[in-house]
Design a protein around this ligand. Structure first.
Ligand code: FAD
Length: 388
């Protein structure tokens, strides 16, 4: 059989996982990444459910675990930092998962362990695609022309190649929540636990430890803050009277070179493949941190894609099998209940009081086993497809 060639656009978790597994199953692989070098940065992500099994099959479970962020649990706190309730912490998929890792550390680990022969080209992006019956021809902004059997688009939520090729099929759903993530100096009072503060006006503050001697902070609030220039000052206005560590976090962000602003937007599509092109990770189904499990789904997608293609004589059959396997996992986290937004982001004092009562009940001995289920994502009773 002649060797098949895949071009993968995007070198983060989904793209690198696809590169790993397609190469493992005998494909020639070229990865194109828009950034000029490996993109470090990003905050806490976790590896849950089926993704743990994929990581084990990659032989990378221990390598990722060694880079654990050192977080020991998750607590809700009040404006003086007093613990109000503690989320269940038993098992690998607790609120603080067994595998908590920084996005950059995770992506770099996969990159460093790619099988020999994967070509990763930085500073180049796709400018045109001709999808034919015999092959797919990819042109790039640097003047490359690559003919391949398959194009995998793994460019994240804002994917331009997806928009070019799947025009009219991309349903963007603004969830009405803005988040800003960043790295700030650690202080002696910082905990080994994820501290989660909710206050009125639909605002949250999160502080989490990391394994680099710094603290990972996140502000999350309802409404539209809009990414881009001036986003931080809009967060500053919104958090002026939020209390707890709001001022410290915003001052820290001013001095941080690792700030990531996100207006949470789900990507929903009726199909993730067409001809010789398929989508993977956030480009296909961004679930946002509100659904959770984006990094786990991205990792799993690379394995399922390669396994589905290895088990099918025809490319279209393999791509259909890939989509069929992945879709229930994605639906599970995209279909958020209507009450989740007002519950997670209360606006009034009364709403906040009710939320705190609910937190106490949900973390009580009686209800904790049910609450623990809420953090199970990327979970499936089905066995992963086999590599043939
Ligand atoms: C630098 C960075 C920081 C992040 N920080 C956080 C965070 O703090 N919290 C959080 O919840 N999520 C964060 N994310 C998103 C998180 O990584 C993803 O939700 C999840 O891991 C799924 O990964 P993915 O590979 O599908 O997409 P992504 O991780 O978004 O990766 C997409 C990759 O494609 C590249 N790319 C984009 N467009 C093109 C193009 N046209 N051509 C070629 N390459 C392209 C990007 O540079 C990137 O490397 C971050 C992503 C990145 C890239």
């Amino acid at each position: 059989m002649t060797t098949r060639h895949a071009v993968i656009s995007g070198a983060s978790i989904a793209g690198l996982s696809a590169a790993f597994w397609l190469r493992r199953t005998g494909w020639e692989v070229t990865v194109l990444e828009r950034a000029k070098a490996f993109r470090d940065g990003g905050q806490n992500v976790d590896v849950r459910g089926t993704a743990r099994e994929v990581l084990t099959r990659m032989g990378l479970f221990d390598a990722v675990k060694e880079q654990n962020t050192t977080e020991t649990g998750t607590v809700f706190v009040d404006s003086s930092g007093q613990v109000l309730a503690e989320l269940p912490s038993a098992g690998p998929d607790a609120a603080t998962a067994e595998l908590e890792v920084l996005r950059g550390d995770f992506a770099r680990t996969i990159l460093r362990h790619l099988p020999a022969g994967v070509e990763v080209l930085y500073g180049d992006t796709i400018s045109g695609v001709e999808d034919g019956t015999e092959d797919v021809t990819v042109s790039t902004t640097s003047g490359r022309t690559v003919r391949a059997d398959l194009l995998v688009i793994a460019e994240g939520v804002g994917s331009s190649t997806r928009d070019l090729l799947f025009d009219g099929l991309v349903d963007r759903r603004d969830l009405g929540v803005a988040m800003v993530f960043g790295t700030i100096p650690r202080t002696p009072d910082d905990d080994t636990r994820w501290r989660w503060y909710t206050t009125t006006g639909g605002r949250q503050i999160h502080l989490r430890p990391d394994n680099h001697g710094t603290t990972r902070a996140m502000l999350a609030c309802t409404g539209n803050i809009a990414t881009g220039a001036g986003a931080l000052s809009r967060f500053r206005d919104r958090y002026a009277d939020a209390g707890w560590e709001a001022r410290r976090v915003l001052d820290g962000f001013d001095g941080s070179d690792d700030v990531y602003v996100d207006q949470l937007t789900q990507i929903r599509m009726p199909t993730w493949h067409r001809g010789r092109v398929c989508l993977a990770g956030d480009a296909a189904w961004c679930v946002t941190p509100m659904g959770g499990g984006g990094a786990s789904l991205a990792l799993v997608s690379g394995y399922v894609l390669a396994a589905s293609l290895s088990g099918s004589a025809r490319l279209d059959g393999g791509l259909a099998a890939y989509e069929e396997w992945m879709r229930p996992l994605v639906d599970d986290v995209q279909n958020l209940p209507r009450w989740i937004l007002p519950f997670a982001y209360p606006r009034t004092r009364l709403g906040l009081r009710l939320r705190r009562l609910a937190d106490k009940a949900l973390t009580s001995r009686l209800l904790a086993p049910l609450t623990a289920k809420a953090t199970q994502v990327a979970a499936s009773d089905r066995a992963l497809p086999a590599l043939v």
